[in-house]
Ligand binder design. Sequence first.
Ligand SMILES: Cc1cc2nc3c(=O)[nH]c(=O)nc-3n(C[C@H](O)[C@H](O)[C@H](O)COP(=O)(O)O)c2cc1C
Length: 174
Amino acid sequence: MKTLVIAVHPNMEGSLVNKTWMNRLQDEEDVTVHDLYAAYPDGKIDVEREQKLLLAHDRIVFQFPLYWYSSPALLKEWQDVVLTYGWAYGSEGTKLHGKELLLAISTGGPEDAYQAGGYNQFSLNELLKPFQATANLTGMRYLPVFKAQGVRLLNEEEVKASAEALVIHIKKAY
Ligand SMILES: Cc1cc2nc3c(=O)[nH]c(=O)nc-3n(C[C@H](O)[C@H](O)[C@H](O)COP(=O)(O)O)c2cc1C
């Protein structure tokens, strides 16, 4: 099982959680870590390179901080240009069939803010439905989301512990 982690943070240097996760995942065998903003500082994505990377892995992880209830912008651009008709979807677009998609997300808001009647009104799983729909359309199995919430309150030890929990989560058989 080969895992590709697409780590997406516009300011990875200034990040605590996502940088710690990314650095920890780099130590794992059979895990390729792909820092998307570092790869494309000009925002111009090499579609062929990205599609080759996808083909070479079985489990795809999108790792990002929640920005405006979704991903940072470059991951949306990545989806728009990489997941093309006839490749990722459409009657001939079967290249991702049988692969798995897993999201690893940090949020500033705490877990209890993400529920009906709560501060953000909707659960995180509800807000992430477009990713689930994308997995469905491209024939990928959508795996349980890894969530670290209320991350501003976490100390360094707790962030390190979340990185260990993430490793277990992404290596598990589902
Ligand atoms: C532009 C922007 C938008 C954000 N939007 C949200 C949001 O919609 N919900 C939320 O809970 N936190 C939001 N946050 C907080 C980030 O999710 C939080 O700072 C991040 O998960 C921390 O991870 P890091 O240490 O890797 O940067 C936002 C932060 C920024 C800068």
